[in-house]
Design a protein around this ligand. Structure first.
Ligand code: 5RP
Length: 222
């Protein structure tokens, strides 16, 4: 396992070890949170840990099945005790950009529903200022008008294509994903609100308003 994967595993396992018996856990999407889920699965088998998870993607639901983590829904459990998720960039004030896995719409809903948001990263994700392109989930019907407004906001929207460049990535919710560069983001909360105020935007990957309940775990590789 390379050093980055070791750091992700360390972060994921430390987050999983914070999970107490009998709670409802939001399960994010991505390679780091999958390490957390692997460890939760081990704890279920060896300690009899009893939890229910709310998955943020089909991929996460499949991993939960593989690791033996029982699932529930936000309809049955609208308040979660904790959500564990990865991130693509995180600042010292715990504002972040997420959504490389195209799951940020459900990830933000689940994080918002959680009392505590535990973000698991390797140190390469730590940045002084957010500057990555912002993933944006857009209703296909509206992508033309949304892109025009994003350009007016100062962004450069680019449709995310599939691995083989054979068409747009379609989210689990049936929508397009655009990545929109804004350069250095001086006021992430303002940008988050401005993007979401465009009709046809379902959600964007700036997470700037949950800092008080956020704990960031930076994994170590040794
Ligand atoms: C998915 C995400 C992921 O949490 C983020 O991209 C980090 O992924 P990884 O842990 O694989 O580096 O936001 O939408």
């Amino acid at each position: 396992m390379d050093l980055v994967a070791q750091a992700k595993k360390n972060a994921g396992h430390r987050a999983a070890d914070m999970v107490k018996d009998g709670i409802i856990v939001g399960l994010g999407t991505g390679s780091t949170v999958f390490f957390a889920m692997e460890r939760l699965g081990e704890r279920i088998k060896t300690e009899g840990l009893s939890i229910l998870g709310v998955p943020t993607s089909h991929q996460t639901a499949m991993r939960a099945e593989e690791y033996g983590i029982p699932l529930t829904t936000l309809s049955l459990h609208p308040v979660l005790d904790i959500a564990i998720d990865g991130a693509d960039q995180v600042t010292p004030s715990k504002q972040m950009i997420k959504g490389r896995g195209a799951a940020h719409l459900r990830e933000k809903i689940v994080a918002d529903a959680a009392k505590q948001f535990v973000v698991v990263i390797d140190s390469a994700k730590e940045v002084p200022v957010l500057d990555a392109a912002v993933p944006i989930e857009i209703l296909p019907f509206a992508y033309g008008s949304v892109c025009k407004k994003l350009v007016e906001l100062g962004g450069e929207p680019v449709m995310r294509n599939g691995v083989k460049k054979d068409g747009p990535v379609i989210s689990d919710n049936g929508n397009y994903i655009f990545d929109c560069a804004f350069g250095k983001v001086d006021d992430p909360a303002l940008l988050e609100s401005a993007i979401n105020s465009i009709p046809g935007v379902l959600e964007n990957g700036v997470f700037a308003k949950m800092t008080e309940k956020t704990i960031v775990i930076v994994g170590k590789s040794a």
